[in-house]
Design a protein around this ligand. Sequence first.
Ligand code: CO
Length: 209
Amino acid sequence: MDRIDLIFENNKKWIEEKLSLNKDYFKELATSQQPEFLYIGCSDSRVTAEDLMGVQPGEVFVHRNIANLVNNVDLNVMTVLNYAVRHLKVNHVIVCGHYNCGGVKAAMQPKDLGILNPWLRGIRDVYRTHKDELNLIEDENARFNRLVELNVQEQCVNLIKTAAVQEAYIERKISVHGWVFDIYSGKLIDLKINFPDILKNIMEIYKLY
Ligand code: CO
């Protein structure tokens, strides 16, 4: 069977499976959505939000781009964030990176990647911010892994710089989480980012409320 035909076959099976458990499944699904989480992750085909979190349709609002960046002039991520936080009222915003991320790896190479350059610049800036720590790591793979983690951390900080998150923090103590998906084991790792420590010297600059 053609790969595309196979997808439509899979879809039929999926509908049957859902309806066999609950005949009103799609009727209920169509009514509304009240996701508790906004997940911002990498577009990498191996890192699918719902599968790795074990959640069902309706439970997580998702945005994915190359290397899970929260760029403040990217209308796409900013629109998703504002809609999820201000309208859907999610209580948790997650940035999930992953080890062996091609985007992060590309940003560690001295190479012209055309249209990818301005996007990957965000990761080069993360490297510059944490250059002292990263350059002390001799093992290249360990340095790569650490940049993946620091990139998640910086994207979480970028979230906290936005009006939507600051307002929702005052309103309902919304929380931001930095995670890494360990693609070698399947494990989801909470980086347990110490936000008060990181933010104490910079919030005077980014505070909007
Ligand atoms: Co990636």
